[in-house]
Design a binder for this molecule. Structure first.
Ligand SMILES: [Zn+2]
Length: 155
């Protein structure tokens, strides 16, 4: 978490290690969809909707207040590209993008992450990620989903 900047005015969750930094550093396994120079997209380890992805900055930046313009733009563009892939590759008929800043906004990890969530007829768009409510998806399945999204991105 070197180089962390406090988000002014935002009450951050406190953690001893940052799992997202560990993903980027390769010390904790995850299924990357893509790794760019500024941001990466990874399969959410809890697939509460199949194809749910997180877009994260490669640097430890806690909230939207900490992102520079280039990183914010890169995150938005990656979320848009993944959204297209979820529509084309997964048949999503709706997409939610959401992002929480501070514990009072339900942020659990103090590393910016933008949720990209495919929705289908009958989906409950109020169903959002909580660690407790949904079972973790196996890493093999996460890799299969990442590969599916990559194929859709390439087509
Ligand atoms: Zn981090």
């Amino acid at each position: 978490m070197t180089g962390a900047r406090a988000s002014p005015g935002i009450t951050l969750p406190s953690v001893t290690t940052c799992g997202f930094c560990e993903y980027v550093a390769g010390t904790r396994e995850c299924a990357f969809v893509r790794r760019g120079p500024l941001v990466s997209s990874i399969v959410n380890r809890t697939q509460y909707e199949t194809g749910a992805v997180l877009v994260i900055p490669n640097r430890h930046l806690a909230t939207v207040l900490d992102l520079d313009a280039e990183t914010l733009a890169a995150a938005g563009l990656e979320a848009q590209a993944v959204s297209r892939a979820l529509v084309e590759g997964f048949g999503a008929t709706g997409i939610n993008l959401f992002q929480n800043n501070g514990i009072d906004a339900n942020q659990h990890y103090p590393h910016y992450h933008l949720h990209v969530v495919p929705r289908h007829p009958g989906s409950d768009p109020t169903r959002i990620y909580t660690e407790q409510q949904f079972q973790r998806t196996s890493i093999d399945e996460q890799h299969r989903i990442a590969e599916r999204i990559r194929r859709a991105l390439a087509s």
